[in-house]
Design a protein around this ligand. Structure first.
Ligand code: CUA
Length: 196
């Protein structure tokens, strides 16, 4: 009688079980295919970023993320909704792990609104459902989106770019109010929403 191999891997296979060499060959084939796809995608990313001028969403406006709080446009006192001389509104927000600062802003209805955002740490997303507002927020760049709200209402805004373990809890509010109501709000109230 032939000697039985000691390793379970070398025992003869029961009918219907794919032999080890066949499994190994198939795995190697898929591994090669995946490696080729990965390299192809990497080459595409490098090519499009160098030749195709791939750049952040909206405009290319750089900013130093480490010193946002020290002064300039994104200093804390300058965040929230500001009214421009032409009657439009500008909202400045900082996205950071895991919240938007400020956490809630009020904007006037039927008025051009410009959102300017930047990140203090990693890449975040800014999306207002049912509007054209949808942008990535990258550290080092200012993202700018313009919109106009036609109706009074409240928008819940989840961060839609995975940014870490607390990503699911990162969201903010944008509350659209009547123009008269907005005119009556002080700069402090525009950046807070009372009950929020
Ligand atoms: Cu911030 Cu996800």
């Amino acid at each position: 009688m032939a000697e039985q191999p000691t390793s379970p891997m070398l025992l003869p296979l029961a009918d219907g079980i794919v032999p080890q060499e066949v499994v190994a060959r198939t795995e190697k084939r898929w591994l090669t295919a995946m490696t080729v796809v990965l390299i192809l995608m990497l080459v595409l990313v490098v090519l499009t970023s160098t030749v195709g001028a791939l750049h952040p969403a909206s405009n290319v406006e750089v900013i130093q993320p480490l010193t946002l709080h020290l002064g300039g446009e994104f200093a804390e006192s300058n965040l929230g909704t500001a009214l421009e001389p032409d009657g439009s509104a500008t909202v400045r927000l900082i996205a950071e792990q895991y919240d938007f600062v400020p956490h809630c802003v009020q904007v006037p209805v039927q008025t051009p609104v410009k959102f300017r955002l930047t990140s203090a740490d990693v890449v975040h997303g800014f999306l207002l459902p049912n509007t054209n507002v949808n942008t990535m927020v990258m550290p080092g760049f200012v993202a700018e989106v313009r919109t106009q709200f036609r109706h009074v209402g409240e928008y819940n805004m989840p961060c839609h770019e995975f940014c870490g373990l607390g990503h699911h809890g990162m969201w903010t509010h944008v509350i659209v109010v009547d123009r008269d109501v907005f005119a009556g709000l002080g700069p402090f109230e525009r950046t807070r929403c009372g009950h929020k």
